[in-house]
Design a protein around this ligand. Structure first.
Ligand code: C2E
Ligand code: MG
Ligand code: MG
Length: 547
C-alpha cells in the first residue's frame, strides 16, 4: 500500500496480506503432506478392506491413522478455502482503498495525488507531454443559485465531458473545487491545443441538470512538460498559463511562457501590497464635489479611494481591479467608506456623500449589514448617504443584489446607477432595480459636444430619467459648453474638473472652515491647479498627490 511521507510516495509492506498468504501456504503444505500420507496409508489399508481380509493387530492403529488422515485432509481443504477467501477479500479492500485514496469522490476522476504520480512517471519516461489545466468560470454562481447538489452534478457532467474528449488512458484529474487537469502523455503541442479548443467549445454549451440549465465556461492553461523540472514545477507552469487565460478575459486558452511568470509575480506582489495597505490604513478617501446644475451650489461629494502607497499616491485604476480579483475590494471599500463618513459627519447637514460599491461586493450577503455597521460606528445619517452601484452588479445573483439594495433603501440610503451606458443594464432592467439616480458615464459627457451620436445618447438617457422620474447626474464635466448643454437637457447634478477634482479630507475641511459650501458657486479645488489641460492621467495624478 502506498503512503505519503514528506510529500513523497513510499511503499508500506502489506502486513496482513503477507500473514494471510503465509498461513495459506502452510495450510496448503500441510494438506499436501496429508494427501501423500493418505496415498501411503490407503495403499496398505484399502486393498485389505476391499478384499475383506482382517488386518493384523497393528492394523487397528493403521486404520485409525487413515481415518485421522482423511479428517486432516478435510480440515486442511476447508481451512485453505477460508484463507483464500479472506485473502481475496483483503485484496479487494486494498484495491478499493487504493482507488479511494487516488480518486476524487465526486467525479470519479483521479485526484491531485494520482496526477502527481502520473506526472512523475512521464517525467521519468522523458516522453513529450503537455499538462492542460482547466478552471470553470463562474462555477460559484451555479452553486449559489441552484445549491451544491446541482453543483456536484454539474461537476460530474463536466468530468464526463473531459473523459469523453481526452485520449483514452490519459490521467484526467480534479485538483480543486472547479479546477481540473489532463496529463497528455506523448502528445504534440498542436494535439494538445486542439483538445483545449474542443473542451472550450463543449464546456460553453449549457448543461442540463434535471430541469435546470446550467451555463459555465472555462479557461485553459497549457504547459509542455519540462523534463528538467519536478512534478510541482509542471503544475506551477500550467497554473501560470491558466492565470494568463483568465486575465485575458476567460473562455480562452493560453500557453505558458517565461514572461508570464514575471507578470504573475508582479501581480501577486500587488495583491500582497494591497492586503498590507488595507491593514495599514493606506487607502484613504478623496472627495470630488457634486454640483446642482441649476443653482451651481455644492450638494455633496463623491468619496473616491486613493492609495497612499510607499511609492506615492495611487489612483483606483492601479488597484481596484486587482482588489476585485482577490476579494479585497470588500474590506477596501468599507474602510474608505468608514473614513469618508467619519470625516463628513461634521460637515454641513445639506451635503451628501456618495460612495462606490463594486459588483463583487454584492456576492457577500452581509454587505447591507456591513454598511449599517459603518453608519452606526460613524453616526452619519443614512439619509445623507448615496451608494453608487454599476451595471456589472446586474450580472451577480439578481435576487441577492435586489435584497441588499432594498435593505439599504429601507434604511433611507439612496442608490445611484454609476457609469450608466457603459455596461450591461438594459433600459427595461433599470426600472426593476430600486434606483434613485442615474449617473451618465463620463465617456459620453466628454464627447457630447464633438459627436452627434453621443449627444443623442445623452439626450436619450436624460429623457429616460424624466420619464422614470429618476434624476440624472452627469460626470466628467470639463467645460462650460458641456455644462450649458447638460442644463438644457435637464440634468440635475454634475461632477467634473470644471467644478473641482477629488481632494483630500484636509482640503475639504479647510474649505468648509473658511465658510465654503454655504454660498452658491464655490467649490473646494486642489490648491495646485496648474492650468494644464485637464484630462491627462499625469495631470490628475499630480492634482491628487499634492492635495
Ligand atoms: P467613478 O465612480 O465613476 O468615479 C468618477 C471617476 O471619474 C473618478 O476617477 C474621478 O476622478 C473621475 N473624474 C471626475 N471628473 C472628471 C472629469 O471631469 N474628467 C475626467 N477625465 N475624469 C473625471 P477615479 O477617482 O480614478 O475613480 C475611478 C473609479 O474607481 C470610480 O469611478 C469607481 O468606479 C472606482 N472607485 C473609486 N473609489 C472606489 C471605492 O472606494 N470603492 C470601489 N468599489 N470603487 C471605487
Ligand atoms: Mg462613482
Ligand atoms: Mg462613474
Amino acid at each position: 500500500m502506498d503512503d505519503q511521507r514528506d510529500g513523497k510516495l513510499v511503499h508500506r509492506p502489506r502486513s496482513k496480506a503477507v500473514r494471510l498468504a503465509g498461513s495459506h501456504l502452510i495450510t496448503t503444505c500441510a494438506t499436501m503432506a496429508a494427501i501423500l500420507l493418505f496415498v501411503g496409508l490407503g495403499s496398505q489399508v484399502l486393498p485389505s478392506a476391499i478384499a475383506g481380509v482382517e488386518l493384523p493387530a497393528s492394523g487397528g492403529s493403521l486404520k485409525m491413522a487413515f481415518i485421522l488422515n482423511i479428517a486432516i485432509i478435510l480440515f486442511g481443504w476447508r481451512r485453505s478455502k477460508d484463507l483464500s477467501e479472506a485473502l481475496e477479500a483483503h485484496e479487494r479492500a486494498e484495491r478499493s482503498a487504493h482507488r479511494n485514496a487516488n480518486t476524487d469522490h465526486i467525479t470519479g476522476l483521479a485526484n491531485r495525488r494520482e496526477l502527481l504520480r502520473s506526472l512523475s512517471e512521464v517525467l521519468e519516461s522523458r516522453r513529450p507531454g503537455v499538462l492542460l489545466m482547466l478552471d470553470l468560470d463562474h462555477f460559484k454562481r451555479v452553486n449559489d443559485l441552484h445549491g451544491h447538489m446541482v453543483g456536484d452534478q454539474l461537476l460530474r457532467a463536466i468530468a464526463d465531458t473531459l473523459r469523453g474528449a481526452a485520449p483514452p488512458d490519459c490521467c484526467c484529474a480534479r485538483i480543486g473545487g472547479d479546477e481540473f487537469a489532463i496529463l497528455l502523455d506523448g502528445i504534440s503541442n498542436e494535439g494538445a491545443e486542439d483538445l483545449g479548443k474542443l473542451l472550450l467549445a463543449r464546456l460553453s454549451t449549457p448543461f442540463r441538470i434535471g430541469n435546470i440549465e446550467a451555463q459555465v465556461s472555462s479557461s485553459i492553461g497549457l504547459a509542455a512538460i519540462d523534463h528538467g523540472g519536478s512534478e510541482e514545477s509542471a503544475l506551477h507552469r500550467s497554473d501560470v498559463s491558466l492565470y494568463a487565460a483568465k486575465a485575458a478575459g476567460r473562455n480562452c486558452l493560453a500557453w505558458f511562457d517565461e514572461k508570464m511568470e514575471l507578470e504573475l509575480a508582479t501581480r501577486l506582489k500587488l495583491e500582497e501590497d494591497i492586503r498590507r495597505g488595507i491593514e495599514g490604513g493606506e487607502f484613504v478617501p478623496f472627495f470630488q464635489p457634486l454640483i446642482d446644475l441649476s443653482s451651481k451650489a455644492l450638494v455633496g461629494f463623491e468619496a473616491l479611494a486613493r492609495w497612499r502607497s510607499p511609492t506615492g499616491l495611487l489612483e483606483p485604476e492601479c488597484f481596484i481591479e486587482a482588489a476585485e480579483k482577490t476579494g479585497l475590494i470588500g474590506p477596501l471599500s468599507i474602510s474608505v467608506m468608514e473614513q469618508a463618513l467619519t470625516e463628513a459627519r461634521t460637515w454641513p447637514a445639506h451635503l451628501k456623500i456618495a460612495v462606490n460599491v463594486s459588483p463583487v461586493q454584492f456576492r457577500d450577503p452581509t454587505l447591507a449589514a456591513q454598511i449599517v455597521k459603518v453608519l452606526a460606528a460613524t453616526g452619519f445619517p443614512a439619509s445623507r448617504l448615496e451608494i453608487e452601484i454599476t451595471e456589472g452588479s446586474l450580472l451577480e445573483d439578481r435576487g441577492q443584489v435586489t435584497t441588499i439594495l432594498q435593505s439599504l433603501k429601507n434604511l433611507g440610503i439612496s442608490i445611484s446607477m454609476d457609469d450608466f451606458g457603459t455596461g450591461y443594464a438594459s433600459l427595461s432592467q433599470l426600472h426593476t432595480l430600486p434606483v434613485d439616480r442615474i449617473k451618465i458615464d463620463r465617456s459620453f459627457i466628454n464627447t457630447m459636444v464633438k459627436s452627434e451620436r453621443t449627444a443623442a445618447i445623452v439626450n436619450t438617457i436624460a429623457s429616460l430619467g424624466h420619464r422614470l422620474n429618476v434624476p440624472i447626474t452627469a460626470e466628467g464635466v470639463e467645460t462650460e459648453s458641456i455644462r450649458g448643454e447638460l442644463s438644457k437637457l435637464g440634468c440635475t447634478e454634475a461632477q467634473g474638473w470644471l467644478f473641482g477634482r477629488a481632494v483630500s479630507a484636509d482640503t475639504v475641511n479647510s474649505f468648509l472652515r473658511m465658510g465654503g459650501g454655504q454660498r452658491g458657486d464655490e467649490h473646494p479645488s486642489s490648491e495646485e491647479s496648474t492650468g494644464d489641460p485637464p484630462g491627462s492621467a499625469d495631470d490628475q495624478r499630480r492634482s491628487g498627490s499634492a492635495a
